[in-house]
Unconditional design. Structure first.
Lengths: 110, 112
């Protein structure tokens, strides 16, 4: 089946930029998503990008997509302690059922 | 306010008992989903439903059952046949299968 890979942990200092990376295998992906999960809560949709785009910016969030390499990244500018959470990458392809990565735990140090 | 509700937030059961987790949405979404999340794991799809009175098995449907009698509701029953039922269960909905999903707050089930 299709697969989505993410690194498990990222640690940054408050005020720095965070970059969370994701790779996927489905060549028919149409949409790619980033979700945020705080402890004990559900997933919150942060942003998404269509597969025919290469960049999307939304306030402090920048999503970059390299379709050739099947690589997606989420950059958070001026990272705050409130950004500490688990971030999930997900893609939807031909099956219309999303495939989620295992999530990246972002730890922000004061 | 529109959204997805799951109840209860915490649920405790004895081994051998069936238990039903509730999921309700007032977003007028056609599609609904159930996922299981274990520590350090991604989300694994249990069942999904595109439309009322229709549902499909996901990757880990064994030991679970669902119904979709109303558009707003998609309850999940964890049966005694599920070997490792202790987990965090997440319900989601979307306008259609190809659209972004919106998640409920989750139910943490503990079976002892």
């Amino acid at each position: 089946g299709e697969d989505v890979e993410q690194s498990l942990f990222l640690s940054v200092r408050e005020g720095d930029s965070s970059v969370i990376n994701c790779t996927y295998t489905d060549s028919s992906s149409t949409y790619l998503y980033w979700y945020k999960q705080e402890p004990g809560a559900g997933l919150q949709l942060l942003t998404y990008i269509f597969s025919n785009m290469d960049m999307k910016q939304d306030q402090r969030l920048t999503v970059l997509l390299n379709k050739k390499d099947k690589h997606l990244s989420l950059r958070i500018a001026d990272t705050q302690t409130g950004d500490s959470a688990i971030y999930f990458c997900a893609e939807i392809g031909g099956s219309y059922i999303p495939t989620f990565g295992r999530g990246t735990s972002l730890i922000v140090h004061p | 306010d529109g959204g997805i509700t799951q109840s209860p937030k915490y649920l405790f059961r004895k081994e051998g008992q069936n238990v039903t987790l509730s999921c309700e949405q007032n977003l007028n979404h056609d599609a609904m989903y159930w996922y299981r999340q274990d520590p350090g794991q991604g989300l694994r799809l249990i069942y999904y439903s595109q439309i009322v009175n229709d549902f499909q098995k996901g990757d880990i449907a064994e030991g679970y059952s669902v119904s979709r009698e109303k558009k707003e509701s998609f309850p999940l029953t964890v049966t005694s046949a599920q070997k490792n039922p202790t987990a965090f269960y997440l319900c989601a909905s979307s306008i259609g299968l190809e659209n972004e999903q919106y998640f409920g707050p989750g139910t943490r089930l503990t079976v002892t």
